[in-house]
Design a protein around this ligand. Sequence first.
Ligand code: C5P
Length: 222
Amino acid sequence: EQIPVITIDGPGGSGKGTIARLLGERLGWHFLDSGALYRVLGLYAERSGVALDDEAGLTVLAHALPVRFEGGADGARVWLADDDVTSEIRTEYCGGLASKVAALPHVRAALLERQRAFRQAPGLIADGRDMGTVVFPGAPVKIFLTATAEERARRRHKQLNEQGVSVNLSALLREIAERDERDASRAVAPLKPADDAEIVDTTEVSIASVVERVLNIAERRL
Ligand code: C5P
């Protein structure tokens, strides 16, 4: 029997990361933050001086990506070789780098097996854009989280403020909208719900009730 996977896809700021981590804790399952892979790759490209449109060069970097995830659901740290990049990859700047390298088909293909390797017993919560459509198309439970762009920008703004990063809300809203547009319009693995995904709007819904809602859906489908 196959190891179960719950895929959580959606745009940035839809609550995916938070919800996926909480689900991982509740179920005691593994967790894949696929966006972190693309963010680390974007950073690695920049540090290596590989241009963001050099698909062949970026594909080589993607295969060799010396990324490491450490720790459990909360307080997980992300390493690029010997460098702790946990905070750095969360900037909207790194989100932009990620979204550019993520638009390249060979780069995505290079990261496919690495992502699938996270599927380990007793189960996996996979957070991203194409978890239900491309990486785990056979997953028994697929969730697509949404929220209005304004709400997502507000959440990111709050999150960044808590981390001591001050940003302008309207600039953030513009950056988020741009990144969504790039993610949704790309030719390969665009941001869109799988046909068999359950769409959950998280605008004005508490985190706790989204988690309960997803657990209910999971119970019905697993
Ligand atoms: O989820 P997060 O904001 O960390 O993702 C950063 C970027 O990485 C996204 O804007 C998207 O372009 C890309 N990404 C992707 N496929 C995934 C996860 C992230 O293309 N499965």
